[in-house]
Design a protein around this ligand. Structure first.
Ligand SMILES: Cc1cc2nc3c(=O)[nH]c(=O)nc-3n(C[C@H](O)[C@H](O)[C@H](O)COP(=O)(O)OP(=O)(O)OC[C@H]3O[C@@H](n4cnc5c(N)ncnc54)[C@H](O)[C@@H]3O)c2cc1C
Length: 419
């Protein structure tokens, strides 16, 4: 039987997962990543929440699956809380004891995935994707990439091109030049604070008193100025994200992270003091280099593949807001489903394999993107069609269940092709 060859553009979580899944399906895989080398520091990125399905899907890809447990912290409870510091109100709106996420540093998960790649997978760092062309008989795809170190260009011909090139995907742009990202109406101030060598910190003691179930739970605090997500990571590190409604910021280059000045950080702290409890503000103030992400998604796509030989996965396929903790989990699921479809149909029936991949993933992606958008708007007290603005100060426990992540459509549903 002919062995299929795939070129994957993007070597982040979707690209690495895809390399595992396609290799397991018997495909030859080449991954192109523009980053010059694998990130080494665990400070790259912040926390990711792996759900039950992702945890299960990743295990067989890993050389030492037990390492995944060592580097993740299980969070079993979701707390949604209302906070008004002026009125001295802090109350639990809803509590879900079946939260069941494992949080992990992006770079820890990334490293684990690429260090476990089978030796036959070719991983090319420092390769910037430039263009693609489909052969005249439409049986193959040619990718041109630039080696960033030398400026040389290389060409790779394959049966399949997988776009795992993130939410700004240049490959998606090739097919859908008019498809735009959509600004959510808010940005996220965020940071990770490390108390590993300062376990007796007064701030740490105070925050543990204020958030009694920290270490085991993910807290969502809703206030008059957006909402905060707060939880522990492994090794006494703590991740906080504050979503704040504001105008769309300006960006330099191809990034969705804005540069922040010391003045902007100081303004953020001053506002935080007016809306969040002092223990949390102290954590924010002691965090080194907080940064600002603008939050985007896009209208769900109508298709995920073109010409029977180019397919999108991960953020390239469905840019999504973070409120249902889907981006990474969807990437892993996309990769696993794509691998199984390719295995089922074989390289000679690529069209059928991609059609099945799309039929499984497109409806799920569409509903999850729209649900996460709606969920973010509810938590940010932005208008949502068909309902009144959510008021955390007056909402009942029943009304507050709308905030819980487990209500996301298809949550924890394993596609039958993977069973
Ligand atoms: C360094 C880094 C840190 C992150 N940290 C976090 C985090 O802490 N928390 C969180 O929730 N999410 C984080 N993310 C985002 C998270 O990985 C994704 O939202 C999700 O996992 C989906 O992943 P993805 O692989 O589809 O997209 P991405 O993670 O965005 O990966 C896209 C990849 O494509 C590569 N690429 C893009 N254009 C080209 C090109 N022209 N040529 C070659 N390569 C290209 C990029 O360099 C990148 O590695 C991080 C992403 C990165 C890259």
């Amino acid at each position: 039987m002919k062995q299929g060859k795939a070129v994957v553009v993007g070597g982040s979580i979707a690209g690495m997962s895809c390399a595992h899944a396609l290799s397991a399906a018997g495909w030859e895989v080449v991954v192109l990543e523009k980053t010059m080398s694998a990130p080494t520091s665990c400070t790259t990125g912040a926390g990711l929440g792996l759900d039950k399905l992702s945890h299960k899907l990743i295990q067989p890809w890993l050389k030492q699956p037990e390492k995944l447990d060592v580097m993740t912290l299980p969070l079993t409870v979701e707390y949604d809380q209302a906070t008004d510091v002026n009125k001295n109100i802090s109350r639990t709106l809803a509590r879900d004891p079946s939260f069941n996420f494992k949080v992990v540093h992006w770079s820890d998960l990334h490293r684990l995935l690429y260090e476990s790649l089978p030796p036959e997978v070719v991983l090319l760092w420092g390769h910037f994707f430039l263009s693609l062309s489909i052969s005249e008989d439409k049986s193959s795809v040619k990718v041109v990439a630039k080696l960033l170190q030398t400026d040389e260009t290389v060409e790779i011909v394959a049966d399949l091109l997988v776009a795992a090139d993130g939410s700004l995907s240049p490959i998606r742009k090739h097919f859908l030049p008019d498809h735009k990202l959509r600004y959510s109406g808010y940005c996220a101030w965020r940071g990770v604070i490390d108390y590993s060598d300062n376990e007796n910190s007064e701030t740490l003691k105070a925050i543990k008193k204020a958030y009694l179930d920290l270490g085991n739970s993910c807290y969502f605090d809703l206030g008059s100025e957006g909402h905060v997500v707060f939880h522990e990571l492994i090794n006494r590190r703590f991740n906080w994200v504050w979503y704040l409604n504001q105008e769309e910021p300006r960006f330099e280059g191809n990034s969705l992270t804005t540069k922040v000045s010391q003045d902007m950080i100081e303004e953020m702290y001053e506002l935080a003091e007016k809306v969040w409890i002092p223990e949390l503000v102290k954590v924010m103030r002691e965090t080194k280099d907080p940064f600002l992400n603008a939050i985007y998604d896009s209208e769900p796509l109508e298709q995920l593949y073109w010409n029977n030989n180019v397919v999108l996965i991960g953020d390239a396929a469905h840019p999504i807001t973070p409120h249902s903790a889907r981006a990474t989990n969807m990437s892993i699921l996309d990769a696993a489903v794509l691998g199984k479809c390719l295995e089922k149909w074989g390289p000679e029936n690529l069209g059928s394999a991609l059609e099945e991949y799309q039929s499984i993933r497109l409806p799920v992606a569409k509903e999850q993107v729209l649900y996460s958008r709606r969920s973010g708007r509810i938590k940010q007290r932005l208008p949502v069609s068909g309902r009144e603005i959510f008021d955390p100060m007056t909402a009942s426990e029943e009304e507050s269940k709308v905030l819980q992540i487990r209500n996301t459509p298809y949550f924890n549903v394993m596609p039958s092709i993977l069973m």
